[in-house]
Design a protein around this ligand. Sequence first.
Ligand code: GLN
Length: 251
Amino acid sequence: MAKGLKLRLAHLYPKLMNIYGDRGNIMCLQRRCRERGIDFEVQELGPGDKLKPKDCEMVFIGGAQDREQRLVADDLRTVKGKALKEAAERNVVILAVCGGYQLMGKFYRGADGEELPGADVLDIWTVHPGPGARRFIGNVVARWNGTTLAGFENHGGRTYVGEGVRPLAEIVAGYGNNGEDGGEGAVYRNVFGTYLHGSLLPKNPVFADFLIETALRRRHKDVSLAALDDGAERAAHAEAVRLATGRRIIA
Ligand code: GLN
């Protein structure tokens, strides 16, 4: 059971990295914890605020346009980057979406050619081919852990993965990391990067619960989560899969 346990989430740059409704992921985690009697706490950390890896079970960073990423990259380099790497090595669950995912890597070269240093938590790097390049936009379906993830992508950056990570999921429909290798997202320890907006978690309750269990099991090995009434979530997932599978199949 999980009743009475606490899950503390550090939400990074909520005012800057919050595009395409990514805050919906926090609301989803909040509902899924509170309905199970798990004490869910959110600490919002903007530029200049310190991240304390010992004080959180989960970290979330959403997506953003290049302009906001430029503002955040500085703070990652000078304030939060070291603590993020420490959190990753402590197996804190880190969920990074799109622009936030890109900034977890070695660098993000934006549409203007400027190279922003990333937090170097994930062995990935991202290159935006320029303002005239095709943007990867639309519904996505990808295979993950014997089931599917469904979401929405909207990015110009192409992300490539190195030896130190594995893709989160395998593209069924859509573009994913770079529209070439069929990978979507990246995983290292309990760090999960993804291009899936949507928001991601309300449309993928199985993945949401996987993240909650993973975060709680760092301290409570035998945690199990009671089932919730996910009728609406499953219907949203099915609709997203229907819409996406009408798109070009990459894989
Ligand atoms: N600005 C980045 C890109 O275009 C990320 C966009 C996003 O977070 N949706 O690739």
